[in-house]
Design a protein. Structure first.
Length: 332
């Protein structure tokens, strides 16, 4: 999921060469040229300083330029998700209720981040409220602007994701280890949570959340929240995350998953074919296990999220520490 780029800075310094047999004549000319050169250099430096000053003035502290949200006016504090995973259409369908806190009491406009979401309705206490989808930005998605009643402290958005959602990966059975069931996993970092939840997708906004996830009965759902390893595989799973976290730490995975404990507080979720080898690979990592609740082995990663670290089954066996320690540090 991550793309790494190489940033290179090239500094070009012009060098002037002057050659002449008539040193007296060229001396005056050279002095004139130098004066012009110095003047041009001074003008260029002044222009560079002016441009830099304008850039500094344009970038304000505390502003997230990768989000449309307005948490300085109305801030989302909690999410209640109710989603169904449709593997046929490759969509998450349902709704989210967002609890809000007015930072400015007289403001009734809530702005959320979305990307390629189909918004079906926006309601407060079951009653429709006005909303508007803004212009599409190819990098940031589309702002969703909602006009709230003055007394409202929560709003519900019914929606469905796009089959091409940037933060949701749908794997066919052929792409899994077991070859029998499909698989889904999300990657919200850096600004992809908005592709599967309409929310304030900025690290300056921390939210708690709860979720009800419906899946085909043969599959298990896990999230970056409380996970009960003994839960019945019945196609409906509930989660709670009581600690406020940024949106990029919200994670969901659905598949033919089983759990193996590695201690009192930690364990591994993986496909049955990978479960034993995954647990064995991390069995001696007690320093990591003491700080983690569980590990997932998924096809992409490593992905860090609250209460869990997603790791890929392509690390160097016998030396998995680099896969776990770094993401582990981001979960505190």
């Amino acid at each position: 999921m991550k793309k790494y780029g190489l940033l290179a800075t090239f500094v070009c310094a012009p060098v002037l060469f002057a050659c002449s047999d008539n040193s007296n004549v060229d001396a005056a000319k050279t002095d004139k040229d130098q004066a012009v050169s110095v003047g041009s250099t001074s003008d260029t430096e002044a222009q560079n300083v002016a441009v830099a000053s304008q850039a500094d003035a344009a970038i304000a502290s505390g502003v997230d330029y990768h989000s449309f949200a307005n948490p300085n006016e109305i801030r989302v504090t909690h999410l209640s998700l109710n989603l169904t995973a449709n593997f046929e259409t490759k969509q998450l369908v349902g709704d989210v209720t967002l609890d809000v806190k007015r930072e400015k009491p007289d403001n009734n406009t809530l702005v959320l981040d979305t990307r390629a979401l189909d918004i079906q309705s926006v309601t407060v206490d079951g009653e429709s409220v006005p909303f508007e989808m803004g212009e599409v930005d190819p990098d940031l998605g589309t702002p969703l602007t909602i006009t709230l009643p003055s007394s409202a402290n929560a709003v519900t958005v019914a929606y469905s994701t796009s089959p091409e959602a940037s933060g949701v990966q749908w794997l066919t059975p052929a792409q899994t280890a077991g070859k029998k069931h499909p698989f889904l996993f999300t990657q919200a970092q850096a600004v992809h949570a908005r592709s599967f939840i309409p929310l304030q997708d900025s690290p300056q906004v921390r939210v708690t959340y709860d979720a009800t996830i419906k899946t085909p009965e043969a599959l298990l759902a896990v999230m970056s929240a409380s996970n009960d390893p003994t839960t019945e595989r019945d196609g409906e799973y509930e989660f709670t995350m009581p600690q406020p976290i940024p949106s990029y730490l919200i994670a969901l995975a659905i598949g033919d998953l089983e759990f193996k404990a590695m201690g009192e507080r930690t364990g591994v979720y993986a496909e049955p074919a990978l479960l034993e080898s995954a647990a064995k690979e991390f069995e001696d990592r007690s320093d990591v296990r003491s700080n983690r609740r569980n590990l997932w082995t998924l096809p992409m990663g490593p992905l860090r999220s609250a209460n869990s670290t997603t790791v890929i089954p392509v690390w160097r066996y016998g030396e998995p520490s680099f896969v776990v320690y770094h993401p582990n540090g981001h979960c505190w």
